[in-house]
Design a protein around this ligand. Structure first.
Ligand SMILES: Cc1cc2nc3c(=O)[nH]c(=O)nc-3n(C[C@H](O)[C@H](O)[C@H](O)COP(=O)(O)OP(=O)(O)OC[C@H]3O[C@@H](n4cnc5c(N)ncnc54)[C@H](O)[C@@H]3O)c2cc1C
Length: 379
């Protein structure tokens, strides 16, 4: 339909945008490449900024019910000695902002539940787009076309539309690779997100819903390294042998079919998100390394801003320009800060790591809180 906003991609950013447009009574249709959305994947942490945005869409309570509330964030060394411990209840008390960790499959189910089934088409892989005088035409891999009044592009870090609009923009490899897993929480881990920085790599774990624990492990490595790709649970146990309890046990109790491996990349900040009637959002616009746990959170924030702008501006070109003016600086701040934090967290040289740990330990709590407040977008 000509007056529809077309959303390309049914990931977290695309689905949240659909819900946000629905709240503003703006007609839309979601086009997703995969034939079927399955409840797979690992866990994800949704910080206060994302939960607040989901609250405005009336989906936060459902997310909270299926996830696990996190009230402290700990960074420790491999022996389990705390480098920093942040009590995040202050952000709940003062700003109503709480952090929830949830299985990605559960989050997707909650989002999908809030979108009428007929508003999403799967098995529709976008190939190209082109603008006309009064709209945008999207061409799919099956040869079909759809016309819309505007297009919100949420097709992820490898976005085909971004490649068409900004061919020079490329994912940037971080220098470390990552494994993720989910296992039953046999250790009573409660309300805590723990990250361990050590000479053999970094490992984080956090409780999620259904009494499970989600964990990730990052190790410095060349990009697309065959050895890393073939790492098994036993290789990871050997690698993290000697790390503080319950790290080795968490890894060893993880079913191998739950192990997910991927290199970590982001998108070097790009100078535009808005291209007349076409807008890049989510990872397609500003993929970040996961070190601040903000990639999906930013995409959720985007969804609210785009819906708000489209409801205030009759002209989508003006709406998208206004979106860009509001979002560029914040997205760049998160991407750049997360990239730098990753370099610090991934130091494997013992002397440099000792200096880093000393500095992190000395950092006053109020400095850590100020940084978290900026990440959460608290003015
Ligand atoms: C290890 C790791 C841990 C992370 N942890 C966190 C965390 O704790 N908190 C957090 O906020 N973020 C985290 N992130 C980041 C987060 O996963 C991403 O930012 C988020 O999933 C991006 O959502 P998106 O919808 O923009 O893109 P995607 O999730 O990539 O979704 C894009 C969608 O578009 C579809 N698509 C792709 N190409 C096409 C096409 N041509 N046509 C149609 N559809 C297409 C895809 O199938 C997909 O469904 C983490 C990332 C990693 C790698």
């Amino acid at each position: 339909m000509k007056n529809q906003v077309l959303i390309l991609g049914g990931g977290i950013a695309g689905l949240t945008t659909a819900i946000a447009l629905q709240h503003k009574n703006i007609d839309f249709m979601v086009y997703e490449a995969v034939p079927e959305i399955k409840a797979i994947g690992s866990g994800i942490s949704l910080a206060g900024n994302a939960m607040q945005a989901l609250g405005k869409l009336n989906v936060a309570d459902d997310v909270k019910a299926r996830g696990h509330l996190i009230t402290s964030m700990i960074i420790q060394d491999e022996k389990g000695k705390y480098l920093s411990a942040l009590d995040t209840r202050k952000f709940i008390e003062e700003h109503g902002m709480y952090n929830v960790a949830i299985h990605r499959g559960d989050l997707h189910e909650v989002l999908l539940k809030n979108i009428p089934a007929e508003k999403m088409v799967t098995g529709k892989k976008v190939e190209t787009i082109h603008e006309t005088a009064d709209g945008v035409v999207v061409t799919f891999a099956d040869g079909s076309e759809q016309r819309g009044v505007a297009v919100v592009v949420a097709d992820g870090i490898h976005s085909v539309v971004r490649k068409q609009l900004l061919p020079e923009s490329q994912p940037r490899y971080s220098g470390y690779t990552c494994w993720r897993g989910v296992t039953a929480n046999k250790w009573g881990i409660n309300h805590q997100a723990v990250e361990t920085w050590g000479p053999a790599g970094r490992l984080g774990y956090v409780p999620i819903g259904n009494n499970n624990v989600y964990w990730f492990a990052c190790k410095n490595a060349p990009q697309r390294d065959e050895r890393m790709k073939n790492f098994t649970i036993s290789d990871l146990i050997k690698n993290f042998n000697g790390y503080a309890h319950p790290i080795p046990e968490i890894i060893s109790s993880t079913p191998s079919e739950n192990l997910i491996w991927s290199d970590i990349s982001d998108l070097e900040p790009i100078s535009r998100f808005a291209f007349n009637r076409v807008l890049l959002i989510g990872d397609a616009a500003h993929a970040t390394t996961p070190n601040l746990g903000q990639g999906a959170c930013l995409g959720i924030e985007d969804a609210l801003v785009v819906a708000d702008e489209l409801s205030r501006n009759a002209d989508p070109v003006a709406a998208f320009q206004s979106f860009e003016a509001k979002r560029l600086e914040r997205a760049h701040f998160i991407v750049n800060t997360s990239y730098r934090l990753g370099k610090i967290a991934q130091v494997e040289n013992k002397i440099l790591a000792a200096i880093r740990n000393f500095v992190v330990k000395l950092t006053p709590q109020r400095v850590n809180e100020k940084q978290v407040a900026r990440v959460l977008n608290i003015a």
